[in-house]
Design a protein around this ligand. Structure first.
Ligand SMILES: Cc1cn([C@H]2C[C@H](O)[C@@H](COP(=O)(O)OP(=O)(O)O[C@H]3O[C@H](C)C(=O)[C@H](O)[C@H]3O)O2)c(=O)[nH]c1=O
Length: 189
């Protein structure tokens, strides 16, 4: 049902769900409790939401602070995005490192993001629909971000379309991370 591809950043996975195609179109399953649990991935999502963005939009780099930090499953069902995650966990072997993925609505790949990573994406296609499953409910008081330009060279556009809020996030160099890497972040052996 899924290929789970663990990434160099501990706890970060690229998931390739099986796509059942026939003359009508395709069927894709995004979550399977037992299979997720077998790989140490959370599946008890508290919220699901999606956004639709125009070409050149950049949303991020976002996270929720501890107390409401969460695991996040992200996938694109329409268009194409450059998806970026950034490891903010002190003590992580990939602390301060980023990883990028092209997510395309035609291929159904998903990114499973552990707590302590910032997430953002840039829209390459004319429009893109991006879905999120997260393991805690939204807490405006805990909703935070770092400026997208902190992740040097991760994005192809020096002048993306961003919200006022995203334009005002602190750069990583000026940010004191509240996240600490724990072995629990890594999947079960
Ligand atoms: C995230 C969120 C937002 N909102 C409200 C707050 C604003 O009034 C409005 C738009 O929020 P925002 O501009 O933060 O939306 P995005 O920029 O798409 O944020 C998301 O984009 C990045 C890439 C992510 O990874 C996050 O999951 C998420 O923060 O929805 C809610 O009511 N609940 C929520 O869970």
């Amino acid at each position: 049902m899924f290929d789970f591809e663990e990434q160099e950043i501990p706890g970060l996975f690229r998931l390739r769900p099986k796509v059942f195609s026939d003359h009508r179109g395709c069927f894709v399953k995004n979550v399977h409790a037992n299979m997720f649990a077998e790989h140490g991935l959370k599946h008890d999502f508290a919220e699901q939401f999606y956004s639709v963005s125009h070409k050149g939009v950049l949303r991020g780099l976002h996270f929720q602070r501890p107390g409401h930090d969460h695991e996040k499953l992200v996938f694109c069902t329409r268009g194409k995005i450059l998806d970026v995650v950034f490891d903010m966990r002190r003590g992580s072997p990939t602390y301060g490192r980023s990883a990028s993925f092209v997510l395309d609505g035609g291929f159904c790949d998903q990114i499973y993001i552990p707590r302590g990573l910032a997430h953002g994406f840039y829209v390459v296609s004319d429009t893109a629909t991006v879905h999120y499953n997260v393991t805690t409910v939204h807490s405006p008081q805990h909703d935070a971000g770092i400026h997208w330009s902190s992740v040097a060279d991760a994005f192809p556009d020096a002048n993306p379309v961003v919200s006022e809020r995203d334009a005002s996030h602190p750069r990583w160099d000026d940010f004191v991370t509240p996240f600490v890497f724990e072995d629990a972040d890594a999947p079960l052996p």
